[in-house]
Design a protein around this ligand. Structure first.
Ligand SMILES: C[S@@+](CC[C@H](N)C(=O)[O-])C[C@H]1O[C@@H](n2cnc3c(N)ncnc32)[C@H](O)[C@@H]1O
Length: 165
C-alpha cells in the first residue's frame, strides 16, 4: 500500500542471492498470495496466540524479538519454550538474534535487551526441547557499529522439534 514500509529492496536482494533469475515482482506476488492471517502474539504467555494453533505450525521464524523483549535469560528461555509450543513435532525453528546487546534505540526510546552469549541460546533451545541442527554467528564489523545499539554479534540457529516417539 502507498506510504507503508517498502519491502521491495529486500525481495530484490533475496532474488539476487538465490541466483535463480526469478523476477522479484513474481516472488513478491507469490509471497503475498501465501499470507493468510496476521495475528497478535505475546511471547510471554504460555499460549502466545491466546489459543492453540490448529494445526500446529511447520516452521517458526523469529528475528531479533525474544532477546529484545526479555529482561533476563530465564525469561528469554521461557519465551522460546512458549513460541516453540506452536510447532508440530518435527517442526523447524529458525532464530536470528543479537549477541551481547544491552540496548537499542528506536527513535527517542532506549529499549533494553538481555545480553546473550552463544551458550545461552544453545541452552535455551535444548531446554525448550529442540534439537540443534545448525548454529552460526558473526561478530559485528566496526563499520556496522552505528551507535543505534551495542550489539557484539548476530547468531543464526536452525533447530527442530523431535518427532513424537
Ligand atoms: C527489535 S524488534 C525486532 C523486529 C523485527 N523482527 C526485526 O528483525 O527487525 C522487537 C519486536 O518485538 C515485538 N514485541 C514486543 N513485545 C513483545 C511480546 N511480548 N511478544 C511478541 N513480540 C513482542 C516488538 O513489537 C518489536 O516488533
Amino acid at each position: 500500500e502507498p506510504g507503508t514500509f517498502d519491502w521491495s529492496p529486500f525481495i530484490q536482494h533475496v532474488c539476487k542471492i538465490e541466483g535463480r533469475g526469478e523476477p522479484w515482482q513474481e516472488k513478491e506476488r507469490r509471497l503475498r498470495g501465501r499470507l493468510r492471517r496476521i495475528l497478535p502474539i505475546d511471547v510471554h504467555r504460555p499460549d502466545p496466540l491466546g489459543s492453540p494453533l490448529c494445526p500446529p505450525a511447520d516452521a517458526l521464524l523469529s528475528a531479533f524479538c525474544l532477546e529484545a523483549v526479555s529482561p533476563d535469560r530465564a525469561t528469554f528461555a521461557r519465551a522460546l519454550g512458549h513460541v516453540g509450543s506452536l510447532l508440530r513435532p518435527g517442526g523447524h525453528a529458525v532464530l536470528l538474534g543479537a549477541l551481547g546487546e544491552s540496548f537499542y534505540l528506536a527513535g527517542a526510546a532506549r529499549l533494553p535487551v538481555v545480553p546473550l552469549a552463544e551458550d545461552d541460546v544453545r541452552g535455551a533451545l535444548a531446554g525448550a526441547g529442540f534439537v540443534l541442527r545448525r548454529f552460526c554467528s558473526y561478530a559485528m564489523p566496526p563499520a556496522l557499529r552505528t551507535g543505534v545499539d551495542d550489539v557484539d554479534g548476530v547468531f543464526f540457529a536452525h533447530a527442530q522439534k523431535p518427532m513424537e516417539a
